[in-house]
Design a protein around this ligand. Structure first.
Ligand SMILES: [Zn+2]
Length: 355
């Protein structure tokens, strides 16, 4: 049973790899660590083409919400129907916690040439299989909310991709370092979250580069070459610029609109309702938002209960920052002095007292 399941998983992965070429490569799949399969349920939505017992439709939303959302308000993924043949093996990131959601697949993204992802705007690379989701969080790091998001992700053994704002990273580098330390993927989201489509090319490039350098310096390590436009507002000139910089552009398949929703249970409903309609996708949330920080544990529970699988994104390479921006951001962080010595050479303990 397991051997057959493994063969199917490899076949599915080979198919995915062949289809995607070199942009997205699976670099890790199911391990021998196997979690309990979701118990098949009756009452599947007959409109769905998903057939696997491992994939269950989420609970039906309340009629008022379902009725309020027109069926054509989201894109669909023709040809991406779940065949129901691949087994639900999972790569557990914390062995021993078999009840957790976990990671089902890790993919490596080659951002050479600046590929775009997320069908709201970019349709060239449809790399998710039916039932698969990618968790993304924007606008952090932020006290309280980002640590709550990290705790929720850790409790379910899942990894996400973060798009921090440069200014916020500069204000709260210790929180961003927690994001890095917990193994999440970190890209960037400009310096100050302005609408780049309304800026001159020079000013927009400055926002992008200052953001990358500020987040990288605050993180204390090189970033993923992943970028998300504020409010997803891009221009062809800026996507071309990011292409030259070999930075991948991440839109979304599914926007939680959590920044407009104050009640956590409404964020849960927003995500799960849209996900049920799409069947898969890159989910845009905000670790900056308290509604998401509070609602995320329930979102992850519902993903698990309904058989969704979390895909982790990893970059093939790190982003190359521009030296002039690194210097400017480092100087700004240090408080405008020209001092560049490490703190341990500036401040040294010469005596200590035990209490
Ligand atoms: Zn944002």
């Amino acid at each position: 049973m397991l051997a057959a399941a493994g063969a199917l998983a490899v076949a599915a992965a080979s198919f995915a790899a062949g289809r995607m070429g070199r942009v997205v490569e699976p670099i890790a799949k199911a391990t021998s660590e196997k979690v309990a399969e979701p118990v098949p349920k009756t009452g599947m939505d007959p409109a769905r083409t998903l057939k696997s017992p491992a994939f269950q439709s989420p609970p039906a939303p309340t009629p008022s919400v379902a009725a309020a959302a027109p069926s054509n308000s989201f894109h669909s993924f023709p040809g991406a129907e779940w065949t129901g043949e691949a087994p639900a093996l999972r790569t557990q990131t914390c062995p021993g916690n078999r009840a957790a959601l976990g990671i089902s697949r890790v993919v490596e993204i080659d951002t050479a040439g600046g590929p775009g992802f997320g069908f709201e705007q970019f349709k060239a690379h449809d790399f998710l299989e039916a039932g698969e989701v990618v968790l993304t969080f924007d606008d952090g790091p932020w006290p309280g909310n980002t640590p709550a998001v990290l705790a929720a992700l850790a409790a379910q053994c899942v990894k996400a991709t973060f798009f921090p704002i440069g200014k916020h990273a500069t204000w709260h580098p210790e929180i961003l370092k927690q994001v890095v330390a917990q193994g999440h993927t970190v890209g960037s989201h400009t310096w100050s979250h302005v609408d780049l489509s309304k800026k001159s090319m020079a000013d927009a490039q400055d926002e992008i580069e200052r953001g990358i350098s500020a987040v990288a310096i605050s993180a204390g390590r090189p970033l993923a070459p992943f970028f998300r436009f504020p409010a997803l507002r891009h221009t062809s000139e800026l996507t071309a610029y990011l292409g030259q910089r070999n930075i991948g552009i991440f839109s979304a398949d599914l926007d939680s609109f959590d920044f407009k929703i104050k009640k956590p249970d409404q964020v849960v409903l927003s995500v799960m309702t849209k996900l049920k309609r799409l069947g898969k996708g890159i989910i845009l949330m905000h670790d900056f938002q308290k509604s998401t920080a509070t609602g995320l544990p329930e979102i992850l529970v519902q993903l698990k209960v309904n058989g969704y699988k979390v895909v982790q994104l990893k970059p093939k390479d790190t982003v190359a920052t521009l030296p002039e921006y690194d210097a400017a951001m480092a100087k700004a962080q240090a408080g405008q002095t020209v001092d560049a010595r490490p703190t341990e050479t500036v401040v040294r303990t010469i005596s200590g007292y035990a209490n």
